[in-house]
Design a protein around this ligand. Structure first.
Ligand code: URA
Length: 233
């Protein structure tokens, strides 16, 4: 196991091999629980498309593709970002642009593969000019995100950046205060599940400010997540 002072280089993947991976994070693909979860997820997506909450946004989103989510529907670890950007809008897959490539390296540095986790966003459509989601937009889309969480029932959620962290923790605090501390999300739906939440900086912020301090803070947050998934946190 790495020392707490170790800061992996997310750009090169340096140090990946040294990370002790948590036990397998996903079920086999023919697991009936997985099949049922995938069916519920497909139904939820179809309902979102019918109800189209984005049509109530004050500023319309002229998106190309809905960006619903990606990964294992029975994942023990879920990441929640902000909203799709241009690359995600083009492909319909979350976190595939530069920030996504850095997120992939962060996941690899945790000893995991992207396919083992689930990745979603607060908003499913690309805001014009990549604007930060408004509180109202987040409020309109939150019920669908909460249902995604209920279907996946992850043990840990990592919120990436301020909009996701504030929504999931119902907080108005700064990222500097929220990150690095465990919080709890209690889903408001019938499932009423409780999930541990670790807020951390958005990879786009790290790309803009790729300092040893920021890398170290994110790595420290992710190490807490890894410890928890190993049953040590
Ligand atoms: N940033 C996000 O928050 N989500 C994406 O899907 C891509 C970039």
């Amino acid at each position: 196991m790495l020392g707490v002072d170790f800061v992996p280089c997310f750009r090169t993947g340096e140090g990946i091999a040294e990370v002790e991976a948590p036990a397998t994070l996903v079920a086999a693909s023919d697991d009936p629980a997985l099949v049922a979860a995938q069916q519920k997820m497909d139904e939820l997506r179809a309902r979102y498309e019918r109800e189209a909450p984005h049509e109530q946004f004050a500023t319309p989103h002229a998106f190309r593709n809905l960006v619903w989510g990606d990964g294992a529907v029975c994942a023990r670890l879920m990441f929640i970002g902000e909203a799709p950007g241009a690359d995600e809008d083009r492909t319909g897959v979350p976190f595939v642009g530069r920030a996504g490539q850095l997120l992939d390296k962060m996941i690899l540095a945790m000893g995991l593969a992207r396919e083992e986790v689930y990745i979603a966003n607060v908003l499913k459509t690309r805001p014009p000019n990549n604007a930060t989601p408004t509180v109202e937009e987040a409020r309109l889309c939150a019920p669908y995100l909460y249902e995604q969480i209920e279907i996946i029932a992850p043990e840990v959620i990592v919120t990436l950046g301020l909009p996701a962290s504030r929504l999931m923790l119902d907080s108005t605090e700064t990222m500097g205060r929220l990150r690095g501390h465990w919080a709890e999300f209690v889903s408001p739906g019938l499932g009423g599940i409780k999930v541990a939440v670790m807020p951390t900086y958005h990879p786009a912020f790290l790309l803009r400010s790729y300092t040893p301090e920021n890398r170290k803070k994110i790595w420290s947050d992710l190490q807490m997540v890894m410890a928890r998934l190993r049953g040590e946190g």
